[in-house]
Design a protein around this ligand. Structure first.
Ligand code: ADP
Ligand code: DAR
Ligand code: MG
Length: 348
């Protein structure tokens, strides 16, 4: 670990891990372990040590890591989430009403599709680096039991990755329903162990609600549809989260809110995104980046993180996930996307 750390320090990496893992903190934390699952600093930083092009490079191997290695996690959380200090506290969950958010693009001129997702961890289980094969199977079984209780618009079927026909899997990924395979950042973080055991996707009949099992987080709850009706998509996701929350005890920290594998997803763990075409702003990349920063929006490629835009379609979403309620996060994204569309129309 010392050698890999030195290579990171000497590298041109711009990761938050490089910025905040000072030698003093490294020396203070390198011998510490978490009491329940015995996780280590190496578990936390291995992805950022292997991938110098990480944006963050840090993951929590279990819930206790956020406290045992707080000297490293707290400054990374504060910077990524634009100012959530170690003395700040996540507000109590408040989903509000999706009907407050009008359709972002009623005429369908810019937005191809809208997606809202959140992550949940099952209380008592660690994250990927400390999960045994039987833990993946137990998490999958708990989730499937809960999924069987879903009714009405959420009713659907669970498809395990084990034994899934390759062509079916490729189509689900190409349709943006299913997670990609082999993300090198997640692999280096220990998230591909025993793959594909315990991994899978639940898809409802209309294919506008899905639940991922054991990709990056234990559970990802997702609603998605063509067009810009953010309020309807948000409502569908919230109803799904609340239904599953009746069957599964989620892991929630008093200060950090809902716990997730990556610190970028803590708090609400909500990422609300649009696949959107903004040709005029795309021709003015500095202006687009300035607006995205101003509206606290993050820009990804068409196939999500670490991908490029295809046919001018970008994935644009809220960056912050902690320090605001769920409703406020959706409002921040809603107002940001509206601002981008207004700027696009002016840029003609
Ligand atoms: P997440 O943060 O949910 O893990 P990723 O960046 O990993 O998101 O992308 C996961 C999948 O979700 C990718 O296939 C991506 O294209 C798809 N996706 C994200 N936002 C949208 C959207 N608004 N419409 C359609 N697909 C989307
Ligand atoms: N690629 C990693 C992940 C950062 C946040 N995205 C997550 N958690 N999917 C990085 O450090 O850049
Ligand atoms: Mg992802």
């Amino acid at each position: 670990m010392e050698e890999s750390y030195k290579k990171l320090v000497d590298s041109k990496s711009k990761s938050l891990l490089k910025k905040h893992l000072t030698k003093k903190i490294f020396d203070k934390l390198k011998t510490k372990t978490t009491p329940t699952f015995n996780s280590t600093l190496m578990h936390c930083i291995s992805s950022g040590l292997c991938n110098h092009d990480s944006g963050v490079g840090l993951y929590a191997p279990d819930a206790e890591a956020y406290k045992v290695f707080a000297d490293l996690f707290d400054p990374v959380i504060e910077e990524y989430h634009k100012g959530f200090k170690k003395t700040d506290k996540q507000p109590k969950p408040c989903f509000g009403q999706g009907k407050d958010f009008e359709n972002l693009d009623p005429d369908g001129n810019f937005i191809v599709s809208t997606r809202v997702r959140c992550g949940r961890a099952v209380k008592g289980f660690p994250f990927n680096p400390c999960l045994r094969e039987r833990d993946y199977l137990e998490l999958e079984s708990k989730l499937c039991k809960a999924l069987m209780t879903l009714t009405c618009e959420h009713k659907g079927i669970y498809m395990p990755l084990t034994g899934m026909d390759e062509a079916v899997q490729k189509q689900l990924i190409d349709d943006h329903f299913l997670f990609k395979q082999g993300d090198r950042f997640l692999a280096a973080a220990g998230a591909s162990r025993f793959w594909p055991t315990g991994r899978g996707i639940f898809l409802n009949e209309p294919k506008d609600f899905m639940v991922w099992c054991n990709e990056e987080d234990h559970i990802r709850i997702i609603a998605m549809e063509k067009g810009g009706d953010l309020g309807r998509v948000y409502n569908r996701m919230v109803a799904g989260v609340e239904a599953l929350g009746k069957e599964i005890e989620f892991s929630r920290d008093e200060r950090l809110g809902y716990l997730t594998f990556c610190p970028t997803n803590l708090g609400t763990s909500i990422r609300a995104s649009v696949h959107i075409k903004l040709p005029n702003l795309m021709d003015q990349p500095e202006e687009l980046q300035k607006l995205a920063k101003e509206y606290r929006l993050q820009i990804r490629g068409t196939s999500g993180e670490h991908s490029e835009a295809e046919d001018g379609v970008h994935d644009i979403s809220n960056q912050r996930r902690i320090g605001l309620t769920e409703y406020e996060i959706i409002k921040e994204m809603h107002d940001g996307i509206k601002g981008l569309i207004e700027a696009e129309c002016k840029a003609k």
